[in-house]
Write a protein that binds this ligand. Structure first.
Ligand code: PAF
Length: 281
């Protein structure tokens, strides 16, 4: 497995293998790989001849006061894990190669970014969409793989691909959880033991919401009440948002019907965790 830093070099590599008729898969990551990422890679292996994993902590998707500096980084460990999972090439560019002096081009997706993480992290999705568009141009993938954990992110990327006629297919991969239900995240390493224990209320609340809906509840306000009640059982939990939105438009719903996304962001100490569930009602 090779590690390539240069965008031009990885682009040449991708164009070359595509000319040989091979399908290229891209797994974009910010590194510090966990089982969630490895599942994306495995999925990519089933659909593609060549799998490129990008590792880049993208500065422009972090706001002021967020964890850009502290975000865990360990390329040696990531390279071992990626190799074990069958990645062919890691693309690990430097910030100065992705955003050289004079860089000016950004992608803004409109109403899909108004709520949830878009509301609590202004500019975040502009940074995500921009880097992902660049990664698509650089790595030339036929398929790109994204985790359902960042539910709003994958909705936005699908929109961007459609709106900008990008010639690739986005594959959504279900959330991978620890045995006790906590959604895998590189940020879980920030949690101390007590925060980690209390963070289980997130999945508990989503499961409770799901069973409420299974019992026939269709009133979004009542489902939201239930979610908040369960999360509030954890004294360290500080709710950023708990929202019930349409799974396609990301606009709030009053009555649950069709594809519904229940999404939450909750802080435990300095760590902000997100989780979600999609229901077909
Ligand atoms: O989900 C992530 O890790 C990042 O937002 C992504 C898609 C790699 C863009 O930096």
């Amino acid at each position: 497995m090779e590690i390539i830093n240069s965008p031009a070099q990885i682009q040449q590599y991708a164009l070359r293998v595509k000319r040989q008729g091979k399908k290229v898969g891209l797994v974009p990551t910010m590194g510090y790989l966990h089982k969630g990422h490895l599942t994306l890679i495995k999925e990519a292996k089933t659909k593609c001849d060549v799998v490129i994993a990008s590792i880049f902590v993208n500065p422009i998707q972090f706001g002021q006061g967020e964890d850009y500096e502290e975000y865990p980084r360990d390329l040696t460990r990531d390279a071992d894990l990626a190799k074990g999972a069958g990645v062919d090439v890691i693309f690990a560019p430097r910030v100065s190669e992705m955003y050289p002096k004079g860089y000016q081009t950004f992608i803004q997706i409109e109403s899909l970014t108004e709520r949830l993480c878009g509301a609590s992290r202004p500019g975040h999705f502009r940074g995500v969409a921009t880097v992902v568009a660049k990664l698509f141009n650089i790595a030339q993938p036929d398929f790109a793989f994204f985790g359902q954990k960042d539910a709003q992110q994958v909705i936005i990327i699908e929109r961007m691909v459609e709106d900008l006629n990008m010639p690739l297919k986005i594959v959504r991969v279900p959330i991978v959880r620890e045995d006790d239900g906590l959604a895998m995240s590189s940020r879980n390493v920030y949690l101390n033991a007590e925060e980690r224990r209390q963070a289980l209320v997130l999945f508990d609340s989503l499961k409770a919401a799901k069973s409420l809906v299974a019992q026939g509840e269709r009133d979004a306000a009542r489902v939201k009440e239930k979610l908040i009640e369960i999360i509030s059982k954890a004294p360290l939990a500080e709710i950023d948002y708990v929202e019930i939105v349409d799974g396609k438009t990301v606009q709030p719903v009053k009555k649950l019907s069709g594809e519904v996304l229940i999404a939450l962001a909750v802080r435990f100490g300095k760590t902000r965790l997100i989780d979600n569930i999609i229901l077909e009602v």
